[in-house]
Design a protein around this ligand. Structure first.
Ligand SMILES: Cc1cc2nc3c(=O)[nH]c(=O)nc-3n(C[C@H](O)[C@H](O)[C@H](O)COP(=O)(O)OP(=O)(O)OC[C@H]3O[C@@H](n4cnc5c(N)ncnc54)[C@H](O)[C@@H]3O)c2cc1C
Length: 234
């Protein structure tokens, strides 16, 4: 008899959302992540309507919306002038506009929602091996001090990003290739510019080598991502 119904490997947005969905179905879930705690660095910033609809069906859209800012319009700039404007809200849905909310805030809120459903993320817990049998998956969990534990689950789900141990042990290839020569840099800042600071109003700056897209976060900071074609390490 396996120890648990499902072991979810990786507590990023995919693993956390899946764990919440499985708990909603009444299944026993163990979710592990090798990181010491939830992420803090700037990553994705926009939740689009379809994602909000899916999260709504799991009962977690409300808490995310309360910690987000609706994105109503985006002004596009290029060559030193305003080129045009995108407006949102055309989608026929209860969530007809995208919202700005930082990925680490999404993850923090999903962790809390999951804990409220009886499952805590086990941090500092890396899956280092997986064996799949007819009726169960057997996995090894390794902690930073080198101690290891083995466990079993009726199902194991790899939500641990591109370098997935689960996918590797199942022999599923990672299709696609690394894109070289392109770097995406993302950060948060308080800009000083003549464009003002309007809630729900983002900007995209088109530039030959480094387009950038600042948008206001719920925290009042402005998150900006810029892609640049640069010689990156290969
Ligand atoms: C700097 C940066 C900026 C980004 N900006 C954007 C953006 O603007 N818009 C956008 O749509 N996307 C953006 N992304 C991409 C987005 O962050 C990812 O698509 C998203 O995080 C993928 O979610 P995930 O749950 O699949 O995986 P991840 O978020 O990568 O989570 C995987 C988790 O698995 C854990 N893990 C890995 N291996 C193991 C293991 N063996 N055992 C246990 N745990 C393990 C990791 O610690 C991690 O927490 C950005 C990414 C980065 C790095």
């Amino acid at each position: 008899m396996p120890d648990v119904d499902v072991c979810v490997v990786g507590a990023g947005p995919v693993g956390l959302t899946l764990a919440i969905a499985l708990r909603g179905l009444g299944l026993g879930v163990r979710i592990v992540d090798r990181a010491p705690a939830a992420k803090r660095e700037a990553r994705a910033l926009v939740l689009w309507p379809r994602a909000l609809e899916a999260l709504d069906s799991l009962g977690v859209a409300g808490i995310l919306r309360r910690n987000a800012v609706e994105l109503a319009r985006v002004t596009i700039h290029g060559r030193g002038r305003r080129l045009g404007e995108l407006t949102t809200g055309w989608h026929r849905s209860a969530h007809n506009r995208p919202v700005n909310i930082e990925q680490h805030d999404i993850e923090r809120l999903l962790c809390a929602e999951l804990a409220g459903r009886g499952t805590e993320v086990e941090w500092d817990t890396e899956v280092t091996d997986v064996k799949v049998h007819e009726d169960r998956a057997e996995f090894t969990l390794t902690r930073p001090d080198g101690t290891a534990e083995s466990g079993t689950a009726a199902w194991i789900v790899g939500c641990e990003g591109t370098a997935s141990v689960v996918r590797d042990r199942l022999g599923i290839p990672f299709e696609g290739r690394r894109r070289t020569g392109l770097q995406v840099v993302q950060g948060n800042a308080h800009p000083e510019w003549p464009l003002g600071e309007q809630q729900g109003h983002g900007h995209i700056f088109l530039a030959r080598a480094a387009p950038s897209s600042p948008s206001r976060c719920p925290t009042g900071r402005t998150a900006s991502s810029a892609s640049a074609t640069t010689p990156t390490p290969r």
